[in-house]
Each structure stands twice: as structure tokens, then as C-alpha cells.
Design a protein around this ligand. Structure first.
Ligand code: SF4
Length: 366
């Protein structure tokens, strides 16, 4: 029974970790969806679902960290490693401009890569500055806490100096990638060379302190427990209470193909998380994270149909057009096929909502 929790939610009260765990144990998914939709409608009462015209650019796949859940990276020295030439990055942005129009500041590039030992702060300053000069209307939503920690480390900078220099060069906001599950015990199992929980949080806190917005993510469905998922949500909620700098939360499940973790039955049980688990997780996150304004569907991992259904489970945003995806598709997931802007709009309309274009700050664009 979750009547007492439902009463709290309907009264606008915050639920605690123990109540979140009781929601995970609740078998009636539709009831969780109703609660999550209630919370969503308190923040966004209109039948509107936003989307962003953006494109992913993976500027390098070279990474020494070798996370066991990752199929994207190539180790330094690999023949398959690359760093995209600037001209190629410009060509990709030109393609985005062709889709999104140049008239308004509203289109976004989400540029991320591996932890490449050859790329220090000067590389990023030059790249961001060049993009800002050439495409002043494009929002640069780039890197991740993991990349920024490494750039600071190899450039011998404090995190704050590093983020400030990146911002001054043109970095507008920071995606929440690299959070995975925010407990050091789980990080040790799935990617022990990766940054610590407190380091991921520190990057976001510092960025918020510098006036930048970021998002938070969660990659679940590997070796974590439900308690770990709730601890992750608690840390995100506590940080948001302190800074208010998160614009959105995005969750997706571990994509196992071609990964070391996916092949290791000693660590992972081989059972890929289901659509029900996604809907349950996103609904509970929406109920628990009462201070995060926007929830994005992860259509690239869940596919169009579950993404559509998630709009009734607390999600109010369909994310970006992406135009290109190399990270989860390396792990065997390829829902990017045929997901054009028109298809995103059709899926939103078909689910009963009006699609509205937004910018990265979640301001609607007419
Ligand atoms: S998840 Fe990121 S840090 Fe880890 S191996 Fe892949 S690219 Fe490197």
C-alpha cells in the first residue's frame, strides 16, 4: 500500500528515501505513473512536450579510463582512435544549422568525447572559441564532469579555473553525463578509474556557482541495488537544494553489447533492464526529485514507443534530435534510425501533447 505516500505527494510534500524504496516495491506501475504525472502537472500543467533541435558530436573516442560499461572508447594508441578535425566539426554544425535555422539562438551541440591524454585546456579553448566566433547562435552544451576533471588535471588547473576558462571560451552549459550511479562502491565495480561521486558533484556545484546550468543523469540496470538508485537521487536532490542549477534529469539503462561488463557474468547477471523498469524508475525519480524542473525521455535507449509512454510517467521533454549518436549505438542500441524532427513531433502529437521547440535553457521558441 502506498496511500500514505500518495497523500504526501498530492499535498505537495517531499518523500524520503525509504518511501522511494517502497514505491520501487509497489507492483502497480500505473499508480506510480499517476503520481508522477501529478508532480509533472504541478510544474507543467499544459499538454505540451518540448524538444530541442540539436546534434551530438563526439570529437574524440580516445580514452584511457576504459570503463567496463562503455563500448565507445578506444584506448590511446589504437588504430581506431580519432580526434575530429575542426573542419569536420564545422561541417557537422553546418548540418545542424540547416535543420534548426540560423535566425535564433536555440540550436544546441552536445559535444562529448573520451579522456584523451593529448587534449589539454588549450585545445578546448581554441575549439569552443572557434565555434562561438563562427556560430554565435549555437548553444554549446558540451563535455561532462568526467572530461572536465581530467582536463583540469592534465592542464594543472583547479576545477574552478578550468570551468571558468572553458565558459569564457564558449562553453554554455554542461551535460550530466558520467554520473552513472553516484556511489563509490558501484563506480569501483563498473569503472574504477572514473571520477569519484564527490568529484562529479563538485563539478556541477562549481559550474552552478559560476552561473552555468547543467543536467543530471542516471545509468541504472547493471550492478546497483535499488538502494543505490535512491542514494543517487538523494545526492542529486540535495545538490539541487543547495544550488538550483540543474535544468533536467535524464535516466537510461545500461546498454551491455560490446562491453566488458556486459560479457562478465561474475559481475552482471545478463538481464537487460526492461521497459517497465524504465517507467518505474523515471516515475519515482520525478516524484522524488521535486526540485528538478524538467525530465527528458531517453528515446535513443528506450525507443520511440517507451519514450512516448514515458510522457505519462513524469516526462515533459523529448530531448534533442541528436542527428548522430555514437555512444549507446556502439553498445548495440540504435533507436536513432529514422528519428527525424518530424518523427519526434509526430510521436509527441500522437501521445496527445503539443510539441514545442525549446532552447537548452528550456525556454520555448516560437
Ligand atoms: S564512459 Fe567515458 S570515461 Fe568511461 S571509457 Fe567511455 S568515454 Fe571513457
Amino acid at each position: 500500500m502506498i496511500d500514505d505516500i500518495a497523500e504526501k505527494v498530492y499535498a505537495g510534500e517531499r518523500i524520503d528515501v525509504e518511501e522511494g524504496l517502497r514505491l520501487f516495491a509497489h507492483p502497480n506501475l500505473a499508480e506510480l505513473g499517476m503520481l508522477a504525472d501529478f508532480v509533472r502537472r504541478q510544474k507543467h500543467p499544459e499538454d505540451v512536450v518540448s524538444y530541442n533541435i540539436g546534434r551530438n558530436i563526439n570529437y574524440t573516442n580516445v580514452c584511457w579510463v576504459k570503463c567496463d560499461f562503455c563500448a565507445f572508447y578506444r584506448p590511446p594508441g589504437s588504430d581506431e582512435g580519432y580526434v575530429l578535425p575542426k573542419e569536420e566539426i564545422f561541417e557537422k554544425i553546418d548540418e545542424l544549422v540547416a535543420v534548426g535555422g540560423k535566425a535564433r539562438r536555440g540550436s544546441e551541440i552536445l559535444m562529448q568525447g573520451g579522456l584523451n591524454p593529448k587534449l589539454k585546456i588549450a585545445y578546448y579553448e581554441d575549439l569552443f572559441t572557434s565555434i562561438r566566433e563562427r556560430y554565435p547562435e549555437i548553444h554549446q552544451h558540451c563535455l561532462s564532469a568526467t572530461e572536465i576533471i581530467y582536463i583540469a588535471h592534465i592542464s594543472r588547473l583547479s576545477l574552478e579555473d578550468c570551468i571558468r576558462r572553458l565558459r569564457d571560451a564558449g562553453l554554455d552549459s554542461i551535460p550530466g553525463a558520467g554520473a552513472e550511479i553516484l556511489t563509490d562502491e558501484i563506480r569501483d565495480i563498473i569503472g574504477f578509474r572514473k571520477d569519484r561521486t564527490e568529484e562529479w558533484l563538485a563539478v556541477h556545484r562549481i559550474a552552478h556557482g559560476l552561473g552555468m546550468h547543467t543536467t543530471a543523469t542516471m545509468m541504472y540496470g547493471h550492478v546497483e541495488t535499488l538502494e543505490d538508485r535512491m542514494e543517487h537521487l538523494r545526492l542529486v536532490r540535495d545538490m539541487q537544494d543547495q544550488t538550483g542549477g540543474l535544468t533536467a534529469f535524464i535516466a537510461w539503462n545500461f546498454q551491455p553489447d560490446e562491453t566488458a561488463l556486459g560479457a562478465d557474468r561474475g559481475r552482471w547477471d545478463g538481464r537487460k533492464s526492461t521497459g517497465y523498469d524504465y517507467l518505474r524508475t523515471i516515475a519515482i525519480a520525478r516524484i522524488f526529485l521535486d526540485n528538478v524542473p524538467h525530465f527528458q525521455a531517453s528515446w535513443v535507449t528506450q525507443g520511440a514507443k517507451i519514450a512516448q509512454v514515458s510522457l505519462g510517467y513524469g516526462v515533459n521533454d523529448f530531448g534533442s534530435t541528436m542527428m548522430e549518436e555514437n555512444v549507446v549505438s556502439a553498445a548495440g542500441t540504435s533507436h536513432t534510425d529514422a528519428m527525424t524532427l518530424q518523427e519526434i513531433q509526430r510521436l509527441i502529437r500522437d501521445a496527445g501533447y503539443e510539441p514545442l521547440r525549446r532552447n537548452t535553457r528550456y525556454e520555448f521558441l516560437n
